[in-house]
Design a protein around this ligand. Structure first.
Ligand code: OAD
Length: 240
């Protein structure tokens, strides 16, 4: 792996599971307790905005109670050290929590948005947001009470796909961590990376739906697998 220069890391709910945030598709996961159509689609929001705002208010509160785990910290360490001699790194997360940045990661894209942001559907501005939205607070910019969670719902376009495809198409190594491979376009990125000649690695509790697309797969908890892999990579590259 020492000829690796450009790394793209895709993360999903599994990397935050050991911090105490429910994943979506595991037994007892979020999509067993709530219908996707009710809480994660524009149609569900139009039908019952109170239900949707309450759901995201609870999730926003929850993520502020938890802490990053060793997997987030290991990626932040890699982000800090993986520099010079043409080295590039990008973490693309499907997660809407802020645990990557709280661990210290900087080169990061939230492709599915962020819990700690609100989007004004009247003036199209986005604001850092920690409080609840159920009371319909006014937008800090335009004053209209039209804020919604800045989270990408099913049927909506994930953020910054141009930047993501560009990085996927030029990476030497694509690593997928803690994601079931059930949701597109994220689930398809491994195939784009392979087609562009990248090596591919899966780190997940169990084989994902797309596990066959990876050259190498290691299965176990992210809090163990990710620090091990990061230390291995740093020492092979004489950066550790
Ligand atoms: P899922 O809940 O679909 O998958 C989580 C994956 O993490 C599963 O494959 C688990 O086996 C694995 N996992 C669980 N605990 C783990 C641990 N401790 N260490 C390593 N892996 C672990 O979550 P995502 O793949 O992130 O989208 O889901 C993708 C998208 O579907 C989400 O971003 C969300 C959801 O609907 C939107 O809301 C738009």
């Amino acid at each position: 792996m020492s000829d690796i220069r450009r790394i793209l890391i895709l993360t999903g709910a599994g990397i935050s599971a050991e911090s105490g945030i429910d994943t979506f598709r595991s037994a007892g996961g979020l999509w067993e307790k709530h219908r996707v159509e009710d809480v994660a689609t524009p149609e569900g929001f139009a039908r019952d905005p109170d239900l949707v705002l309450r759901f995201y208010d609870m999730r926003r509160e929850r993520i502020q109670e938890v802490e990053p785990n060793p997997a987030h910290s290991a990626l932040a360490r890699l982000d800090a050290l993986w520099r010079g001699e043409g080295r590039e790194l990008l973490i693309v997360t499907q997660n809407v929590d802020d645990l990557h940045e709280r661990a210290g990661a900087r080169r990061l894209i939230h492709m599915h948005g962020e819990h700690l942001a609100a989007w004004c559907t009247a003036c199209d501005r986005r604001h850092a947001w920690r409080d609840t939205l159920i009371e319909r607070p006014p937008c800090p910019a335009c004053g209209v009470p039209a804020l919604r969670p800045d989270v990408v719902w099913f049927g909506e376009m994930p953020y910054r796909m141009g930047d993501i495809y560009q990085a996927v198409g030029t990476c030497d190594l694509f690593v997928s961590i803690g994601t079931s491979g059930a949701v597109y376009p994220a689930a398809g990125l491994v195939r784009d990376a392979r087609a562009a000649g990248a090596a591919t690695l899966e780190l997940n509790l169990e084989p994902s739906q797309g596990t066959r697309w990876f050259d190498d797969a290691r299965h176990g908890p992210a809090s163990e697998l990710v620090p091990e892999w990061v230390e291995e990579l740093l020492s092979e590259s004489r950066l550790g």
